[in-house]
Design a protein around this ligand. Structure first.
Ligand code: SF4
Ligand code: SF4
Length: 95
């Protein structure tokens, strides 16, 4: 059962998002340690509640590292601190 804090986090927090420049190459999806990336109706999408910008796993965002067209960006309206991202990591992993 999902706790309220996790549910609220899933709804409102945002880390990275994929722009419509995405060419559906599928390179990023297997790189995500949180399984936050899936194929949407037209382009790949990131579930904001599952994206920690790779905090807790890696020093850099793995999807950004591999995307050939640089279409994965941080939403400036919804930037999260390292502390918030680490907290999300703990909620996701249960560690
Ligand atoms: S930044 Fe990391 S956690 Fe977020 S979608 Fe990309 S690979 Fe997944
Ligand atoms: S790596 Fe970039 S272009 Fe390829 S599917 Fe992911 S977001 Fe789209």
């Amino acid at each position: 059962m999902i706790c309220q804090a996790t549910f609220t986090n899933f709804l409102y927090n945002m880390a990275l998002y994929i722009t419509d420049e995405c060419i559906n190459c599928d390179v990023c999806e297997p790189e995500c340690p949180n399984e936050a990336i899936t194929q949407g109706e037209e382009i790949y999408i990131i579930a904001p509640g599952l994206c920690t910008e790779c905090v807790g796993h890696y020093d850099t965002s793995q999807c950004v590292e591999v995307c050939p067209v640089d279409c994965i960006l941080i939403d400036p309206e919804n930037e999260e601190t390292n502390e918030q991202l680490l907290s999300k990591y703990h909620q996701i992993t249960g560690d």
